[in-house]
Ligand binder design. Structure first.
Ligand SMILES: NC(=O)c1ccc[n+]([C@@H]2O[C@H](COP(=O)([O-])OP(=O)(O)OC[C@H]3O[C@@H](n4cnc5c(N)ncnc54)[C@H](O)[C@@H]3O)[C@@H](O)[C@H]2O)c1
Length: 332
């Protein structure tokens, strides 16, 4: 099978490309490299790289040539990108999705797996469960919800089988290109490995459900291989962990005792608790994450130390959060 992975040079993308190649698939990566890293793509026969934007119709059409299935990941990946450029980020999510669906229809490609977001559940109580009513509270989540609806429309009308995943908080080795937009676990590890106190918005009792990127890639692979009808699944662990608990685990692994530096929460739309109900992802998709948060943290520490050995201090990226806290245009 030949699979187009849009956003394949990003965090989830690279873990996914590696898995597809390991399963003997041919892969085309389409990425404009705004946050992706070409030189961190796995080497190997069967991988073709195309630099270009999913918002450009001719580029998408050319990338789909001889492709059997698509994994669509290219989009602005942090809600902060929507806060900072709402028009560009919304176009990058919605226009690109309809271009992709339409060009898939024209090319006769009938299988799509795509990344939505757990933020579509925002106004619901936790744990978040597929089937809950969706009334998202921010433009990232609204754009992703629209994508789910567009995918269902192309499924109903043209028979494109589209499985969406709603990732919770995905982190992992390979986020250096994301800089200040990296996952909060990654930013804490980068900071603390380099001796900085971790910057925390608010009291640090906010919780997330952290999924290692290789596990996310496994969920995408299972969705690609399945014959399931079009629908969406959670992609999470079902484990809720506060920022304070993450920092405690990093301190244990580093043998340090760095205290969090608490700053004001800069955005009014900032979730207090996020955690997945994993029943359907396990029972219907067959997906169970394997990598614990502690193991993921160990891998991130090893990566941060190897950057430090080469003279790169990844810890400086958390200053982005301190600057945002002072940016009153983000306060509601
Ligand atoms: N990481 C998470 O916690 C998380 C959570 C929910 C949803 N998601 C979704 O999963 C997907 C992948 O996330 P990620 O964490 O790997 O992010 P990432 O930023 O590491 O990867 C996204 C990739 O897409 C590329 N890209 C962005 N816009 C593009 C465009 N217009 N044309 C071509 N390439 C473009 C970037 O260069 C990057 O390589 C995104 O759609 C994101 O919204 C991620």
């Amino acid at each position: 099978m030949k699979v187009l992975v849009s956003g394949g040079a990003g965090l989830i993308g690279r873990h996914t490309v590696r898995l597809l190649l390991a399963h003997g698939q041919s892969v085309v990566v389409l990425d404009d490299l705004r946050l992706g890293k070409y030189d961190e793509l796995p080497a190997g026969d069967g991988l073709e790289f195309r630099q270009g934007s999913v918002t450009d119709r001719a580029t998408v059409s050319a990338a789909l040539r001889d492709v059997d299935a698509v994994i669509h990941l290219a989009a602005p990946s942090s809600f902060l990108m929507y806060e900072q450029d709402v028009v560009g980020a919304t176009i990058g999510t919605t226009a690109s999705f309809v271009i992709l669906l339409e060009e898939m229809r024209r090319a006769g490609i009938g299988k799509l797996v795509y990344a939505s977001t757990s933020a579509v559940y925002e106004s619901n109580p936790v744990p978040y469960r597929e089937g809950m009513p969706l009334s998202p509270l921010d433009m990232k989540a609204l754009s992703k919800k629209w994508g789910e609806e567009a995918a269902q429309y192309y499924s109903d009308r043209y028979g494109i089988r589209a499985v969406g995943l709603r990732p919770f908080s995905v982190y992992g080795v390979g986020e250096s290109a994301k800089a200040g937009y990296a996952n909060i676990v990654t930013l804490f590890v980068w900071a603390m490995t380099n001796g900085y106190r971790p910057v925390v918005w608010g009291d640090g009792l906010q919780t997330r459900d952290y999924l290692y990127a290789a596990d996310m890639a496994e969920a995408l692979w299972l969705a690609l291989c399945s014959d399931l009808p079009s629908q969406c699944f959670n992609a999470g662990t079902g484990i809720e962990t506060s920022f304070i608990e993450v920092i405690a685990t990093i301190n244990e692994e580093l043998g340090s005792s760095l205290e969090p530096l608490h700053v004001e929460v800069p955005s009014g739309i900032y979730a207090r608790r996020l955690v997945a109900d994993t029943t359907r992802q396990r029972d219907v998709l067959g997906f169970t994450p394997r990598i614990s948060l502690r193991e993921g943290i160990r891998r991130l520490i090893a990566e941060a130390r190897s950057f430090a050995d080469r003279g790169t201090d990844l810890g400086v990226h958390q200053h982005f959060f301190e600057r945002l806290a002072a940016d009153k245009t983000l306060h509601r």
